[in-house]
Design a protein around this ligand. Structure first.
Ligand code: GLC
Length: 437
């Protein structure tokens, strides 16, 4: 039998094919490159969203221009009154760091079309209006001064630009508007140093082809090779963005973005504030399910942070200073069922976050691993516990919760802690007193 022999041509074709496979795997957007770019983000878990613009002056939500059908000429007058105090972004960045947040994402242009950055493509921007400042540059400098990663939010939908709506039906308008949008994205990716996240929003009224989204992302990656990009320019992007809910995306990184009340932009009457405990429970759930949590502030017109947001973030920050190591770098956790505990995991350590303190005994059922030791997370105090095949009971606990607003117990397990409550239901003995089995 003749030994198998490749011709020179066949060899070149195979090597060429392997080379292009490797480069596509490694190029921006390829899986290996994406994991490289996202490693810090997956570890970070927790970020601050900032919604600030002319709408903040009206104080009735960032959609006020649309939802009150305010005429453009009337709305534009706000640009004459938008006069923030000096350097509000330093306050945001310090608050974010103290809250345990590792990155920030700020609106550079929201649906209203007013740009907080210096742009050559319109004078409807903070540096060329009454404000006379590049507020994006102030934000970038403040975030970096606090050691935080920098994200830019940019709304594709634009209620001010004359072509923002007719681009859907008029090709010349689409050409002008897409050039405008791509041009501004290029300015943002060029003029502010290293940018870590690009957060597109509302791709109304075009599709990916209409926005030329592939070309836009290629330009972005060419200017910022380490950046990560979300999924809101009609492409899959690097991560999904469930909004106001925690919903893992199948087979894709994801970040739940949420307000602290019901409004992204400042709303002086929106008093529906989440408690610090709710914020911490949401953060734990995101970490448990393998995602990130982007929590919003809506600064007042002068840039001040609403006092309720400060109060909430200060409580969250104190908890994170004691328990953040159970969140950062946490791995997806397959323990979730309880009426008073939430869970995160690192390796074989299960962090049991007790948010409704039941008293002297905390029970976790259905664990399919042996618990070797239980400790109070903050003090590392060893705790007494018993385990049978159906439950682990930590007993002799103080009647009052030792931490606020959530107390964390460490369960050191023999293997990865996994909970199987279906097994409990199927196999737990059911014969009760007085009922013959
Ligand atoms: C929605 C809102 C927008 C907000 C965004 C945040 O798209 O329209 O105002 O900026 O959610 O995810």
């Amino acid at each position: 039998m003749q030994p198998f022999k490749l011709t020179r041509r066949e060899t070149f074709v195979i090597i060429g094919g392997l080379a292009s496979a490797v480069t596509s795997w490694a190029r921006a957007g390829g899986p290996a490159d994406r994991e490289r770019r996202m490693r810090w983000w997956r570890e970070a878990k927790f970020g601050m969203f900032i919604h600030w613009g002319l709408y903040s002056l009206l104080g009735r939500h960032e959609w006020v221009m649309e939802n009150e059908a305010i005429p453009i000429r009337e709305y534009e007058q706000l640009a004459k009154k938008f006069l923030p105090k000096p350097n509000p972004a330093r306050e945001w960045a310090r608050l974010a760091r103290q809250a345990g947040m590792k990155y920030m994402v700020m609106t550079t242009k929201h649906h209203e079309g007013f740009c907080l950055f210096d742009t050559k493509l319109t004078n409807y921007c903070a540096p060329q209006q009454a404000c006379k400042r590049d507020l994006v540059r102030e934000y970038v400098e403040a975030a970096r001064a606090e050691g935080l990663r920098v994200g830019f939010y940019y709304s594709l939908m634009d209620w001010h630009h004359p072509d923002g709506a007719r681009c859907e039906t008029d090709e010349a308008a689409r050409r002008r508007f897409v050039d405008y949008i791509h041009g501004q994205i290029r300015e943002l990716m060029t003029n502010y140093g290293k940018i870590d996240i690009l957060w597109y929003d509302v791709p109304w009224p075009l599709d990916a082809k209409g926005w030329e989204s592939e070309k836009m992302n290629e330009m972005v990656f060419s200017l910022q090779p380490d950046i990560i990009v979300n999924n809101r320019n009609r492409l899959e992007g690097d991560f999904a963005t469930p909004e106001q809910r925690i919903e893992p995306a199948k087979g894709q990184a994801w970040e739940a973005c949420m307000t602290m009340n019901d409004s992204w932009g400042y709303h002086r009457a929106d008093d529906n504030w989440k408690s610090p405990k709710t914020i911490i429970r949401n953060l734990i759930t995101c970490a448990r399910m393998g995602g990130n949590y982007l929590l919003n502030i809506g600064p007042e017109p002068d840039g001040s942070v609403p006092k309720e947001s400060v109060r909430i973030l200060e409580v969250v920050g104190r908890w994170m200073s004691r328990n953040g190591d159970t969140i950062y770098g946490a791995e997806p956790c397959r323990v979730s069922r309880s009426n008073y505990c939430n869970f995160t995991r690192k390796g074989n350590t299960l962090y049991v976050h007790v948010y409704f303190w039941p008293g002297d005994t905390v029970t976790v059922a259905g664990l399919k691993t042996r618990v070797k030791a239980v400790r109070m997370h903050v003090t590392k105090e060893p705790l007494k516990f018993r385990q049978d095949e159906y439950r682990v009971q930590v007993y002799g606990l103080p009647l009052k919760p030792p931490d606020d607003p959530v107390t964390t117990l460490d369960f050191e397990c023999e293997s990865e802690p996994v909970q199987d409550m279906d097994w409990v239901r199927r196999t737990k003995p059911r014969a009760g007193v007085g009922i013959e089995a």
